[in-house]
Design a binder for this molecule. Structure first.
Ligand code: FAD
Length: 290
């Protein structure tokens, strides 16, 4: 590992100033579960590592913001997400996704901002956050800017964050009606491997279905079921299969990945898509009955 300076600022302004001073030579440290591996492997060779865990504006926590927005602090861990009663009730796919990240030890360290900023196509919080319309609150020298998560991901390891920007929080806008959601994934070995396929489905009270999926291309994708078949209890199996074909049309899994072959991933995408939809519809029914 190449030597680097270590900074532990206590204010957001100090973090931004360090990012401005060091540019691409700076790397933020949250839980470190991705960063440390990249440092050890020599993929990242920063001049300075900036530990953000003492910055109050990035503190872990899930709270109601103005206008019914749900605000998730940048350093909220997977363990905290998976256990939080509001996340489990209103963003069930996010609780599902956070609960299957790595192992207990990883989930106790891994943060939600680290998960999306690492921008792995296999990130387990990404599909759920996309389905629930998450907005990334980025802070930089010019203050805050809000980026819809769908406009944040570019490709593996690359986001639309500016060079001196960091993620301060993630906001979930208040939905017009309740969204019931579920997350499904496939891995080779639980606890030690990233997903070969991830899918989240969300259905609203009008039956509109949103599907987000990952690990089958350079970034997670979000699609809306324009046919209406996925949320229609009267739809035939053929109509639902056709709707999924349209949704998954842009999946482009790597032909050379060591995790799973492209054909297998495409087949699993359809299986997990159906399972996630059934789980989301079941949760909608359960919520309606409650
Ligand atoms: C054994 C193991 C198993 C894993 N299993 C899974 C899994 O099943 N599913 C999954 O999705 N991931 C998995 N991961 C990956 C990792 O745990 C997650 O991506 C985690 O959420 C990263 O969060 P972190 O806080 O540890 O990020 P860090 O490692 O601290 O940071 C990750 C990246 O984001 C940047 N960053 C961090 N915070 C901010 C911020 N606020 N603003 C801007 N940039 C920031 C860092 O500079 C770095 O480039 C696994 C990792 C390991 C080691």
């Amino acid at each position: 590992m190449q030597p680097f300076a270590y900074a532990r600022p206590e204010t957001l302004a100090e973090v931004v100033a360090l990012l401005e001073r060091h540019g691409p030579g700076a790397r933020l440290l949250a839980g470190g579960t991705d960063l440390v591996i990249n440092l050890r492997d020599g993929r990242f060779r920063p001049e300075v590592v900036i530990d953000v865990k003492r910055v109050p504006e990035l503190a872990p926590g899930i709270r109601a913001g103005d206008g019914g927005v749900l605000v998730i602090g940048a350093t909220t861990t997977m363990t905290q997400l998976a256990a939080h009663p509001v996340i489990r009730r209103d963003l069930a796919a996010l609780a599902d996704g956070a609960a299957v990240v790595g192992s207990v030890q990883i989930r106790n360290r891994a943060t939600v901002a680290g998960n999306i900023c690492n921008a792995s196509p296999a990130a387990d919080t990404a599909p759920a956050l996309l389905v629930h319309g998450a907005i990334v609150v980025a802070t930089g020298p010019d203050g805050d800017r809000r980026i819809p998560l769908d406009a944040f991901f570019v490709r593996s390891g690359v986001t639309t964050l500016g060079p001196a920007e960091l993620v301060r929080a993630i906001e979930i806008p208040a939905p017009g009606s309740r969204i019931a959601s579920a997350h499904q994934r496939r891995t080779r070995r639980r606890g030690h491997d990233l997903a070969s396929v991830t899918v989240a489905c969300g259905v609203d009270a009008a039956g509109l279905v949103r599907v987000a999926f990952g690990s089958v291309g350079p970034r997670p994708l979000l699609r809306v079921d324009e046919t209406g078949a996925l949320g229609d209890p009267e739809a035939t199996d053929e109509a639902r299969a056709a709707a999924f074909e349209a949704i998954f049309a842009d999946a482009t899994p790597s032909a050379t990945s060591m995790r799973a072959g492209a054909e297998y991933r495409l087949a699993m995408l359809r299986v997990l898509g159906r399972r996630a939809l059934e789980a989301a519809l079941g949760r909608m029914d359960a919520g309606a009955a409650a």
